[in-house]
Design a protein around this ligand. Sequence first.
Ligand SMILES: [Zn+2]
Length: 253
Amino acid sequence: MDWSLRACGRKGHATYAPDEPELRERLHADTPAGEAWRCLRCGDFALGPPAGSGPADEAPIVLRGRALRDATILRLLAAERLIRAIVLLALGYGVLRFRGSQHNLRETFQRALPAAKPLERALHINLTDSAFVARIQKVLESRPHTLTLLATALFAYAALQLLEGVGLWLLKRWGEYVAAIGTSVFLPLEIHELTKKVTVLRLGALVVNVAAIAYLVWTKRLFGVRGGRVAFEKERESESLLEVEASAGQISP
Ligand SMILES: [Zn+2]
């Protein structure tokens, strides 16, 4: 799949006329149909005036090829985190609401239980002593303090997810670090959960998270891996078409 062409199809070609005459010439072409400029993303010549112009240093950084594919994957990860943040916020809000009306709910439940007795007898089941009812009662009787702690934990987790999501979406290096560390922190907990019971959901979540961390650390060269930030910047520059053209212009006499 050609990511560059797909992006050009969606956003239009990223043509740019640099002020430097030599560089300008390399990116420009005269055709019978009029002037054409080389797209900094897909490399094709596009008919019409350039989308931008100015010094080469001020040209927009156009993500292309592998960098563009990486950006798409990061934004998918970001979207997943933002959705998780919304769910966590809703849960936290729910817990707070529940804390406010806990007393009423408990009373309703206590009143409803005896009312269910005739039904129990008719169906030959014992609701009142079931583990499910016991669990509901336990939640209803949990202390407000515990619920406040729970809501705080949910909001804190939501904030972390929000931070990761925004950082990844904006393709910021700090966002990649926050995501890599933030996801790693919860790995021991996920593994601990798996030792208690293996479910497809838990196993899937662990695999996805480990893959995401490995992907971030490897491709973004985090924590000094594969030369770290310096190597990462160099790699991105070497893939920039403007840089390629500029260095080609310097080499040729
Ligand atoms: Zn293009």
